[in-house]
Design a protein around this ligand. Sequence first.
Ligand SMILES: Cc1cc2nc3c(=O)[nH]c(=O)nc-3n(C[C@H](O)[C@H](O)[C@H](O)COP(=O)(O)OP(=O)(O)OC[C@H]3O[C@@H](n4cnc5c(N)ncnc54)[C@H](O)[C@@H]3O)c2cc1C
Length: 297
Amino acid sequence: MLLDEPLSQHTSLKVGGTADCFVTPADVDDLQLLMALLDQNGASYLVIGGGYNLLVRDGGFCGVVISLRRLQRLEELSGSRVRVEAGVSNGALVRFTEEKSLAGLEFLCGIPGTVGGALAVNAGAHGEAVLEKVETLTTLKDGGVTVRRREELNFGYRHLTLAPGEIILTADFLLAAGDRREMEGRIEAFLAHRHSAQRVRYPNAGSFFKNPPGKQAWRLIDEAGLRGYRIGGAQVAEAHANFLVNRGRATAGDFIELAGLIKAKVRERTGITLEEEVRIVGEDRDQGSGNRDRQNQ
Ligand SMILES: Cc1cc2nc3c(=O)[nH]c(=O)nc-3n(C[C@H](O)[C@H](O)[C@H](O)COP(=O)(O)OP(=O)(O)OC[C@H]3O[C@@H](n4cnc5c(N)ncnc54)[C@H](O)[C@@H]3O)c2cc1C
């Protein structure tokens, strides 16, 4: 357990305050014990994966941040299925399915982060999204383990409805017998496309805003004249107008101000209100201590 742990070290934007407490449970049993303890004490908690879709405010997180990076089990089941724990990286999952010639998850290859994080936000690319491939999702909710089939889940574009504080433990993916060479070809093509479309050299969290229906957020931002616009250390990337980057010494406040300005300008110009894809958590700097309200995501 780490105290006053800087969350800038656990997020790809490299900003934000500290967590009162930062824990990394060894396995699911350990996590269940921890959750029982936190529930007894009414403590606030936030579960994180790789932190590639997270903006932590400058006041940090008042409570316990739980990293699931040690939940690393990954196994093949019968019937072209794999069972994956939340802390496994997307890259490791794609490599595993490639080795087993189980097709369907190649599109995940360039999306940084963990499977738990990908499921929580229904990450996707190239017209596919991760929850479409799920057979069952196992979560921890109010101290009990719940298993739901995909049909029972409420999900959509970059969205999954979870109960407050619900934690994804594992997913079973239903894949298809594939040809390994074809899979390798798809992975190479996806990575090459990403390499050319996202030449962003500074810390970022991928697309900052969701694409509004029928529109591309980067185009709306670009047309508002904001490519390259900078507030403090936060900047609209020159290489991709929907990526906000940390040019060094940025604060979370810089990103929040820049995001607010982008939303205002795009709304003024088009009437469209952009919605953040990046999850914004934690407290503002002047609220960083003493606020113990439950804020489980
Ligand atoms: C360069 C770059 C490119 C990217 N490209 C893409 C892309 O093409 N498509 C795309 O969809 N995203 C993309 N992203 C964003 C990011 O990689 C994905 O959203 C990824 O799935 C986040 O996973 P994570 O483990 O880092 O989650 P985190 O950022 O740690 O968490 C994200 C959210 O999920 C919650 N969460 C995490 N784990 C769990 C769990 N086990 N149970 C319950 N809730 C949980 C967190 O509380 C938080 O609200 C990109 C990011 C970068 C930096």
